[in-house]
Design a protein around this ligand. Structure first.
Ligand code: AMP
Ligand code: ZN
Length: 666
């Protein structure tokens, strides 16, 4: 087989695996095997740029940056839907339809109304050529680069598809994917996102498509427009789209009457909570395309379709108490403790109140009857107070001024919504919180130890920080509540085993605010050992790719705290990994040491990310903007003119991708 055939075969194979995994949810090879094949393809494509294909599965990893999204007109307008809220509304609609169509039989297709961001995809000759947001319905933003990273969007269709058509659908985040993203943000000390829908729609407008690629977005399709498509019904649209490789939910039903439609609605009104994504209703469409054409459109929406909106998932209940939680970084979160109430299939006892401003805005008080709502948030939130039920003796809520755990006066920094307990070395909850983070699975992964054990050990005065874990003896642990000989031994062994955990995870475990898993990896790679990292100034840190002011400041603060330095010294003496291993360093050289690169544009033989990795692996640094400190700008295709002017005016040399690679291999 020649190289071109090999590349084509790999692309087809990987596209098929993507399809099985992301569209059918039926993977047939392991993630590892998939990654190896993808790597192989990436390498071949890098060596043979002449076989470039915008539909190659290697596009999925992203890396292209869009500064401004172009506005594009929709060839076919994207309409809104009329809403209905009751059986009567639906019956009225059916009568209107019958009046226009006369005495003929009308069938309906029922689908779920997915709650995300609408998108219109244009396919020509089986390839995705454009993806545009709904915008105002007449024109939207071209977000093709970002959409291409979504694995369930086919880049190349299969089967017997029309030469040109638009297909519409919804970009969503699954509840599971959303919860995972938030978990990661919380671990990094960042505020969680509010709900899956806004997060999905915000994701489409991220400038760096590599970031989009990391989000677990999905695309659910539901309609096709174009001419001469040879399709005669909406139900056929769904089946056809599915056969061409699109992800079309199988929850859809062909109904003969509005009575049958109501059965579908009622079933999903209660069962939607078991779906992996959020829905806010049912969309009912006249099935026959010919009848749809006869019915036509009003100024805003098709006459042949109707959204049936589910009742919002709200409940009202009494607020018994407001308590305040202290996180490991000292952030205070007010929590509403509620009279238990059934909401969206679960009993709710607590709701988030976010911060002091939120409490003031809602004017919520203990004793109030409040409305709680459950969206995609991890815990429900209070959306309003029922003022008609406010007790006569009610008093405005006074936000706490002192830490509920250690009585230290709280502070609130300029521009921050959250209050903080500044007593990070003495506040018991912060101390145990940090140790709990340290032992957690993604950090030091200490087996035989859980959150309660940490609290117990702390209460008994056996540990006051995470370094103390390493001096614990079996004899000290055995007498603790619920500890047996064996479990004590496991704990001590688990602690000892964690000394082998690699540097980047140790760095994450330290619990520096804003240093989550990904940032820890970046820093470990850029500095290679803790001493170099500790010596870095804020300016130097900011020069590292993807490290912003906020992270840099937090890192510098952490390492300027004498208690932290002392703890790190102790951890070093116990043998924890504070530098990258030989193996990690193996693929790295010092060839580019001291040089700062800015990477701009689109590259031919390597992706942007690979280019950055090459620079970092060889001791160079990647900065995000050009300054007098920049050593070289590596320019690919379509590098922005403003960057070029800036580089030229500062006298920073601009080199091509080829020149860079020659420099590296010289
Ligand atoms: P609205 O924005 O409330 O007018 O509702 C119309 C929007 O519902 C459309 O623009 C679509 O983005 C969205 N939608 C979600 N699921 C479906 C579906 N199955 N069929 C049609 N539209 C849908
Ligand atoms: Zn405190």
């Amino acid at each position: 087989m020649d190289i071109q055939q090999k590349i084509i075969a790999l692309r087809e194979e990987l596209n098929e695996h993507n399809y099985k995994y992301y569209v059918l949810d039926q993977p047939s090879i392991s993630d590892y095997e998939f990654d190896m094949k993808l790597k192989e393809l990436q390498q071949l494509e890098a060596q043979h740029p002449e076989f470039y294909d915008p539909a190659s599965p290697t596009i999925r990893v992203g890396g292209m940056v869009t500064k401004n999204f172009d506005t594009v007109a929709h060839e076919h307008r994207m309409y809104s839907l009329d809403n209905s809220y009751s059986k009567e509304d639906l019956e009225d609609w059916e009568k209107r339809i019958q009046r226009i169509l006369g005495d003929v039989e009308v069938e309906f297709t029922c689908e779920l109304k997915y709650d995300g961001a609408s998108i219109s995809l244009t396919y020509e000759e089986g390839k995705l050529v454009r993806a545009v947001t709904r915008g105002d319905g007449f024109q939207g933003d071209d977000v093709t680069t970002n959409i291409k990273t979504i694995r369930s969007v086919p880049l190349q269709l299969k089967g017997d598809y029309p030469p040109k058509f638009d297909i519409r659908g919804e970009i969503i985040l699954t509840l599971e994917g959303f919860a995972k993203m938030n978990q990661e943000r919380l671990e990094a000390g960042e505020d969680p996102y509010m709900n899956p829908r806004n997060t999905a729609s915000g994701s489409l407008k991220l400038q760096d498509s590599a970031l989009v690629a990391q989000r677990p977005l999905e695309c659910l399709l539901y309609s096709i427009t174009g001419s001469n498509l040879g399709i005669s019904s909406q139900f056929e649209v769904l089946e056809k789209a599915r056969s061409w490789g699109f992800k079309v939910p199988t929850v859809a039903k062909l109904c003969k009457s509005t009575a049958e439609v109501m059965q579908f609605v009622e079933h999903w009104d209660t069962n939607r909570h078991h779906l992996p994504y959020e829905t806010d209703g049912v969309v009912v469409k006249v099935n026959s395309i010919q009848q749809q054409e006869e019915l036509g459109y009003t100024a805003k929406s098709p006459r042949w379709a109707m959204a049936y909106k589910f009742q919002a998932e709200q409940a009202s209940t009494v607020l018994n108490e407001i308590t305040y939680q202290v996180g490991r970084t000292g952030a205070i979160t007010p929590v509403a403790n509620l009279q238990p109430v059934l909401l969206a299939g679960t009993t709710v006892k607590r709701a988030s109140l976010h911060n002091a401003d939120q409490i003031a805005k809602l004017d919520v008080r203990v004793g109030d009857t409040v409305f709680v709502e459950k969206g995609g948030e991890i815990i429900p939130k209070i959306i309003a107070v029922d003022f008609t039920k406010r007790p006569a003796d009610s008093k405005p809520t006074e936000y706490i001024t002192h830490c509920p755990e250690c009585a230290t006066e709280l502070i609130r920094k300029e521009g921050e919504a959250q209050h903080f307990c500044p007593n990070d070395t003495g506040c018991p909850t912060q101390i145990t919180g940090r140790i709990q983070h340290f032992i957690s699975r993604k950090a030091m992964d200490i087996e035989g130890m859980g959150s309660e054990t940490v609290e117990l050990l702390f209460k008994q005065g056996l540990i006051a920080n995470y370094a103390d874990l390493y001096t614990l003896t079996k004899e000290q642990v055995v007498p603790l509540e619920r500890m047996a000989d064996k479990s004590a031994e496991n704990l001590v062994n688990g602690v000892a085993a964690s000394k082998a955990i690699p540097f980047e995870r140790v760095l994450f475990a330290l619990g520096i605010r804003y240093v989550g898993e990904t940032v820890a990896k970046k820093l470990a790679k850029a500095y290679k050992n803790i001493d170099a990292l500790m010596a870095a100034s804020q300016e130097e840190l900011v020069a590292v790719d993807e490290i912003g002011e906020r992270i840099a400041e937090s890192v510098v603060n952490f390492f300027s705290e004498p208690t932290n330095l002392e703890i790190i010294d102790r951890l070093k003496s116990y043998g924890l990994q504070f530098s990258l291993s030989e193996e990690q360093l193996e693929n790295q050289t010092d060839k580019l040491k001291g040089q700062i690169f800015v990477v701009s544009g689109v590259f031919e033989t390597v992706s942007r990310d690979e280019l950055k990795k090459l620079i970092e692996d060889n001791g160079g640094k990647v900065a995000s903007s050009i300054s007098s400190k920049t050593s070289f700008v590596v320019a690919g295709d379509s590098m922005g003119p403003s960057k070029r002017i800036k580089a030229e005016s500062l006298g920073v040399p601009i080199i091509s991708e080829q020149e860079f690679l020659q420099k590296l291999h010289a």
